[in-house]
Design a protein around this ligand. Sequence first.
Ligand SMILES: [Ca+2]
Ligand SMILES: [Ca+2]
Ligand SMILES: [Ca+2]
Length: 197
Amino acid sequence: MMGPRTLKILILTTMVLAIAKTYDDTCSYNMIKHCSTDYDDCVWISEWCDGKTDCADLSDEANCTEYTCPKYRTKCANGYQCLYRHQFCDGDVDCTDGSDEDEAFCQDYKCLDGYMKCRDEQQCIRVDAMCRLDTVRHHCNDGSDMDEEFCKAADCGENARKCDDGAHCVYDSEMCNGFQNCPDGSDEAPQNCTKGK
Ligand SMILES: [Ca+2]
Ligand SMILES: [Ca+2]
Ligand SMILES: [Ca+2]
């Protein structure tokens, strides 16, 4: 005899299975279902042909030569692996063939908007990571993003300015906020923090 509690559990289980089935049919809007017939074998589009195995049946990394990357991703020279565009010439090897960091390729590579080249003319880093004291952000492998001479010629990007040293950058919003953001402390210096700063 089925009690109300058992019935409740049964209904709930049916509902979960129904949702899982829907998930199986569609995955979710930004996932693609190619793996296998298993409903839990949906993978993110970003995992498809990314050079790492995500499907249990390995299908996400099969037939990648014929696969067209989504528009925000580009193929490595190996012809099968899709990378985010910002992964090219970012200083870390991401393509299995190393082509994203190839010296000749990166020499000619034009950084994406909002990125600029380190002194080595190879690596692109975000403009807002260039010449800043903040160590959390990605830095140039050659250390040029904190090199005074290099930074003197570097642009600080939008809503930012040079510290008094003429090299490092500070956001306008970091001026006179009680925290030192310029290596020389000029962002908090009294002469820079008077009325109408
Ligand atoms: Ca994958
Ligand atoms: Ca890379
Ligand atoms: Ca400050």
